[in-house]
Design a protein around this ligand. Sequence first.
Ligand code: FES
Ligand code: FE
Length: 439
Amino acid sequence: MSAISGARTTGPANAKPWILENKGEGRFDVRRAAFTADLVEAEMRGIFDHSWLYVGHESEIPNSGDFVTRTVAGRPLVLVRSSDGMIRVLQNSCSHRGAEVCRERRGNSRLFVCPYHAWTFQNDGQLRGTSFPDGVSKGFDRKRMGLKTPPRTEIYRDLVFVSFDRDIVDLQTYLGRAKDYLDQILDQGESGTEIVEGTHEYSIDANWKLLIENSIDGYHAPSTHQRYFDYLKRNSGSIDRGPQRYSRGMDLGNGHALMTGEATFPRPVALWASMLGDEAQPELDRVMKRLVERFGPDRADRIATHSRNLFIFPNLIINDVQAITVRTFFPIRPDRMSVISWALAPRNEPEGLRKVRLDSYLSFLGPGGFATPDDIELLESCQRGFANREAEWSDLSRGMSDAEPDMLSEEQMRAFWRRWDHMMRDDGAPASTVAGERI
Ligand code: FES
Ligand code: FE
């Protein structure tokens, strides 16, 4: 395929472009080599090292000394509530010779003892002591030997993010227009939100960017997830609201994107269907009344009865559909990614609604649910399909001719790709080579 005339082509002048966009003609193509070339290192340095990255939620470490370990952009980290009550993110690498000082997935401890030579660190990262202290050299400065922290850590409404870029804008500026939609999700909890205990971790034999596309892809739902819609219909779980009056796919700027519209699924906050049981209805009415009191009727209606698939660049998806799923993922190899996901819920949610929420979470987006296995199968299928190198381009032009693209458009994915392309170019990444060929 030759370059589209008048298209905004990207990449250095002597490199082939990753994307071709022509707004006038309504064309948007992504070079499939972006999914198959070994760009992981370039993406880590060009994108993940210059973004805000989700680490975890404050509710996962409610008590002083609580910690969870996470791997974020390849770095092992500890998210901890230190003995002084502060939330901290520590880099899990001993200041002596590098071993991980915390090897548990989660727990509670005042100290982390390195298993290699037994240096001991307080849970705020400071070095407490070394084994066989008589042998330390004169120049050894214990104060300088604490655990490192990522250059930036910020918390927005209990969501903990880090950045490895000291000069990045503050988190709220980074979230930009995505913040209002994030608020619409978090406002569902009058006394805050919490991660429901339990974590799903799995890996997919596909490029990580395919999961971004998939997570904000309304177009695939009727075909890929027909089984789920049938199941809902059979179990009185779908809501016929007539023709959908509001449906949008949006570029929120900074690479963030949103797919939103009137929900056709029951939502524990606060949209009832008979699947939820009669006993849930008065509780949902009460929740709705409080939302109206707190936010007024319009915003309350949007919070309660609209679904949102919110993508925060580069790798955080919050699906607020029948339940709220928080999902993040990282590339391992060009054709493999690791995924971790949790259910988010309002704090102090009544037991019945919590049960409905977890049932919905597991039956749709859980690893054994109606959606995730089918999505994974298709992402892996795309990755296998890319072996046909002769088919060089994927088409993501749907909705480009619409003034207000809807949920079935691909505007959301274009938002991601524009930002990805921009950041990769800033890093000079297109100088990567595939089989000796400059791409
Ligand atoms: Fe941790 Fe030596 S590497 S004490
Ligand atoms: Fe899906």
